[in-house]
Design a binder for this molecule. Sequence first.
Ligand code: UD1
Length: 375
Amino acid sequence: MKKVHKLIKIAIIAGARPNFIKIAPLIKELSKVKQFSVKLIHTGQHYDPVMSDIFFKELNIKKPAINILSGSGSHAVQTAKIMQGLEQVFIKLKPSVVIVVGDVNSTLSAAIVTSKLHIPLAHVEAGLRSGDMKMPEEVNRIVTDRLSEYLFIPSEDAYENLNNEGIERSKIFFAGNIMIDTLINNLKKIEKYKVLKKYKLTKNNYCLVTLHRPSNVDNKKMFIKISKTIRAISETVKIFFPVHPRTMINIEKFGINKILNSPDILLTKPIGYRETIALVAGSKMVITDSGGLQEESTYLRKPCLTIRPNTERPVTVTIGTNTVVGDNMKLLMNLVKDIMNNKYKAGNRPKYWDGRTSERIRKTLVKELLSKNNI
Ligand code: UD1
């Protein structure tokens, strides 16, 4: 007689652009385990094709089992909509464990619902802290980690952050950086990609700029100050700037088009994953406020200047190629000069940023879940 396996139902939650990059290798790896039944649930936080569908296509992610289509809204509205949708889904699906990634509002909403339904929660990219409670993601990280049963950390500094908050060491697993799994999986495909030609850029001769943090782009004074600096930098090195929808709204609202209107500044719509990675790899430097780009530039050994007062990813500064410049535009300009004169640090790769993070997560979950469920 054929042996029937008891299945462990795993629900993986994703909602926003950086989530999709993190779940791609995870779904693939967990689906290898015959005792696991893996279901992907899309919250709909990001819904435009360039913010969502393109990542599913490029990263070969299977269609979500369910999309709860939450859409945009204020923090309370968005979080509440996602919570309402997920509660219904979890009651019906009865997952044995829920996995969330990163620090977006979808992560927080899923964590709260999971916890209230007494379902064990796993958090991938746990333990990162910027220390800045005004950053919505910091609140999301703290609450999610507090509610998690399995905390997969990307770098060893997270041990101390979690320890300071009283989280037991036995719940913490040093798995490494899952974004780097995706990066490594896609590097070969990127080599064949003719993205520089498409945008008329030359290798090591342009700066990739991305900005989308509310503290930079929702604040008119700050956004104008940054834009003027970008304009000044464009006199030294060409700028390629794919614009996030939040940022585009404010470029128009604050009249920033005029400041950025230059033949040396190329503004485009948001671009996909492979184009982004190819553009980091081909660049002279990156100027950003993104968390993911701080990590990807470190792995690709490209200088990264971060326009934020802090970072929850300190290894990118202490080990990697990143410098946090805050709102100090003079420092930013000076570092651009150093980079152009090849006087900037070269950086190294942090431990376990090696493409095997999803494998380590799989092994841990197999060990933990199969024994707990008597399988
Ligand atoms: C969210 C995350 C942020 C992450 C970023 C990556 C939170 C609190 N923030 O910020 O951590 O770095 O995603 O992109 O979860 N919009 C569209 N189309 C879309 C999605 C959004 O036009 O598909 C516009 C809407 O006007 C929306 C705004 O962008 O109001 C902001 O979207 P939202 O998801 O609230 O936050 P992000 O700024 O994208």
